[in-house]
Design a protein. Structure first.
Lengths: 259, 337
């Protein structure tokens, strides 16, 4: 058996020595924080235009995380590239010849990339929260308020799990174009459209991003949205279940299919 | 020692590798020869446990590849020069692979030095030429200082200098007592490097023999003659008891190693004009083509002379059956350099 510590070290070298890691993670942080700050500022300026119901359920923490819509896409790219470039470059053959134990290889690779995504995710969520609150003026929340710390840490976890989900999907599809095409379309379009249409809203709630983002809400039914049938951690759990399925699927493909 | 036992790979209905059983013995260069699409690369990928065999098994020193604790220290392989991440430097590509097998970092610089890539170690490998990529792949194979080395078509696309370098490298590795398993679709290349030969065609084992034995059985010496008086020449030669065959292009071939002198003297005696009198050696390439002729997946057809095939197969009784009438062997093939 290859020593797991050696394989972890190897995977860490892999992820830190390609420039896409730096670019995608930086983009995730900047997009989430910048778009969140922008929308926080806009919300603050137009607060009086909101309906009464929206004002009553105003959720400054959630508002500061509005940039996650875009920032998560960079996390998707990070997660996809970690896996798919092994296949597109042919490196996977070299890698598996060096570490033929598929489970050790797969777990090490995903653990290293997830840890990195988690660190960047938490950094992003705290930065985004404080930046957003600073721009929300009188409507801001404080990190000490009830459930706010949970939402901020939850946002960081959300980013890490998005990356993991993408890694699982990319392990199944093995192609950068296919994986990005599918995940981008899903997260950016399909999921929001399904959530926007009344007929599909009840189902869309259980999609990974819709369920997972519940953890970033502090006020139930924030901004006059429908209340979800699950709590913040329940929603996050649904997202984790999706991710587990994707990762197990990825492992089965790695194990069964020729490299 | 690598042992293949009934190794088989099927893609749907198509059998890529068909019950291959052979051994790769230590301390020598074993050539793995077959036409394009014969299943060489598939076999090598199964040997490295990258592809799953449909049936059969591969053992490396009695173990399955997956049971090797740090495989790079047992067996190093060059499959394709491009099997590296282009966005990573040559050094970092090797470093991450070395780390996974607990090979010290210093060894990375060492193998880069061996293959002559020290100057570009920090450059991204996507900018590498085919030759540089091939060298990087070989550096990877050498990383763990393994006893067994596998090279898949190592000279493909290389310039003469690169070919020469790889040839010498393989020889020096074999001289150190290592096991070398190298594939090629060029007989001429194998004749220069291999001690032992394994030939496959359409996934089936066609020959498992020593190189010397293959040469002994398959090389044929003869003299080639062209004359404007074919009838006279043929009569004279037959009377003298020489085995004469007429090739499709109108030239005669007389079997035997040192026949140029007697044939020349015979022609002078009978006042037959000769336009050509040249000693020839049938190439190993030709022998290899005949052996695999039935097993070539994609046949090319000769456009220059539509009658050549018929002439070669029909008009020349002594000629070996060749479905595509290979052009007359040039003296440059198979003679070494």
């Amino acid at each position: 058996m290859a020593a797991p510590s050696a394989v972890l070290k190897s995977e860490w070298t892999k992820v830190r020595t390609v420039s896409s890691t730096m670019w995608t993670l930086a983009a995730a942080l900047v997009l989430t924080a910048a778009v969140g700050a922008l929308l926080s500022g806009v919300m603050n300026a137009t607060f009086d235009d909101l309906s009464r119901a929206e004002q009553l359920t105003f959720d400054p923490t959630l508002v500061s995380f509005f940039g996650m819509m875009l920032g998560q896409l960079a996390m998707v790219v990070f997660g996809v590239l970690v896996i798919s470039t092994e296949y597109s470059s042919g490196m996977i053959k070299t890698s598996l010849a060096a570490v033929p134990q598929r489970a050790t290889f797969y777990v090490s690779k995903i653990a290293v990339a997830t840890l990195l995504a988690l660190i960047v995710g938490l950094l992003t969520s705290f930065l985004t929260f404080f930046l957003g609150q600073a721009l929300l003026g009188d409507h801001k929340a404080s990190i000490g308020d009830e459930n706010v710390l949970r939402a901020v840490i939850g946002a960081g976890l959300y980013m890490a799990v998005i990356a993991m989900f993408s890694m699982g999907v990319a392990s199944m599809l093995r192609s950068t174009v296919l994986s990005l095409g599918l995940l981008m379309a899903f997260f950016f379009l399909i999921s929001s459209i399904l959530a926007g249409v009344p007929a599909t809203r009840d189902v869309a709630r259980y999609l990974p991003d819709q369920a997972g983002s519940r953890v970033m809400q502090v006020v139930p039914g924030a901004l006059n949205s429908d209340e979800t049938p699950y709590g913040p951690w329940g929603g996050f759990g649904i997202m984790c279940a999706w991710t587990a399925v994707a990762l197990i699927g990825g492992y089965i493909v790695l194990k069964k299919r020729d490299a | 020692m690598i042992e293949l036992e009934g190794l088989t790979k099927r893609y749907g209905d198509k059998v890529a590798v068909d019950h291959l059983t052979f051994q790769v013995r230590p301390g020598m260069i074993t050539g793995f020869l077959g036409p394009n699409g014969a299943g060489k690369s598939t076999t090598m990928r199964m040997m490295l446990d990258l592809d799953n065999p449909t049936s059969g098994s591969v053992r490396i020193d009695g173990k399955h590849y997956r049971e090797l604790p740090e495989p790079l220290k047992y067996i190093g392989a060059l499959l394709d020069a491009k099997n590296m991440h282009g966005g990573r430097s040559a050094y970092n590509n090797l470093l991450c692979l070395a780390q996974s097998n607990r090979i010290p970092d210093a060894r990375v610089s060492e193998v880069l030095e061996t293959v002559g890539l020290t100057a570009v170690a920090k450059k991204k490998s996507k900018g590498f030429s085919l030759g540089m990529g091939q060298r990087l792949g070989i550096a990877y194979a050498l990383l763990g200082d393994p006893e067994i080395l596998m090279f898949d078509e190592p000279v493909n696309g290389l310039d003469p200098e690169g070919i020469h370098w790889i040839r010498n490298l393989m020889k020096s590795l074999a001289a150190q007592g290592r096991t070398i398993f190298v594939s090629s679709h060029l007989m001429s290349e194998m004749a220069l490097t291999a001690d032992h030969l394994i030939v496959i065609g359409q996934g089936k084992l066609l020959a498992d023999t020593s190189m010397a034995g293959f040469i002994r059985e398959n090389s044929r010496s003869y003299v080639r003659v062209r004359t404007p008086q074919p009838e006279q020449f043929k009569d004279a030669a037959s009377t003298a008891g020489m085995a004469v065959t007429l090739r499709g292009d109108g030239a005669f071939e007389i079997e035997g190693a040192d026949m140029a002198e007697p044939v020349g003297e015979l022609a002078a005696q009978h006042r037959v004009t000769l336009h050509e009198l040249s000693p020839q050696q049938a190439s190993l390439e030709e022998a290899f083509m005949q052996m695999t002729a039935q097993a070539v997946e994609y046949h090319a057809h000769d456009l220059s002379d539509p009658n050549a095939a018929a002439a070669a197969a029909g008009a020349v009784p002594g000629a070996p059956p060749a479905p595509n009438a290979p052009p007359p062997p040039g003296p440059q093939w198979g003679k070494g350099d």
